[in-house]
Design a protein around this ligand. Structure first.
Ligand code: BEZ
Length: 179
């Protein structure tokens, strides 16, 4: 699926460690915008229904981490994993998985995901509004290729995973003859 959509401009509320902050929890808010993450570089974004959930935690995110260097060879500067979870949850997830390469983006309010057209209800799981599973190749803030799992819908009974896997994206890049 190709469609040249510009990624929506939003502000993401991140939490960063800052040793100058006194007390037992030395973190502060650090706002980042869409431009900070996506401007002036080729990036891959993949988005999933929830931190710590089984497929996301044991397959999709670890596989992107393992295959990260392959994406770098294709000229991508960053690989981002986004979820409609807050910055505290995303930081804890990254720490639990020992992430070193893939960067996490917390879209706690779901604003980015909604503006991407990917916000779905997952009330059937008690999750509220979350991201449909998808990935996108993004060049300087413009989506050049989408990898959206089939069946985008509210309260979907299944959780398709394959199209947005790193293996499928790499196979597609190879098939397209991408450098
Ligand atoms: C999973 O990644 O396995 C998952 C995602 C959302 C809800 C339930 C499971």
């Amino acid at each position: 699926m190709t469609m040249n959509k510009r990624v929506p401009f939003v502000t993401f509320r991140t939490r960063v460690r800052d040793e100058t902050v006194e007390g037992p929890n030395p973190y502060r808010w650090d706002d980042k915008t869409t431009e900070d993450y996506f401007s002036g570089r080729r990036t891959i974004l993949f988005s999933l229904p929830g931190a710590f959930t089984p497929t996301c935690s044991t397959q999709q995110l670890p596989d992107f981490e393992k295959l990260y260097d392959e994406f770098v060879k294709h000229g991508f500067e960053s690989v981002y994993c986004l979820s409609v979870n807050d910055a505290f949850v995303m930081n804890a997830w990254g720490k639990a998985l020992g992430l070193k390469k893939v960067k996490l983006i917390a879209d706690g309010s779901g604003e980015f995901t909604r503006k991407m057209g990917m916000l779905v209800a997952k009330d059937n799981l008690g999750f509220g509004l979350r991201s449909w599973r998808y990935a996108a190749l993004i060049d300087d803030g413009v989506v050049e290729q989408w990898f959206v799992e089939d069946g985008l819908s509210d309260n979907c009974e299944t959780d398709p995973y394959g199209v947005s896997s790193p293996q499928n994206i790499l196979a597609t890049l190879k098939w397209l003859g991408a450098p």
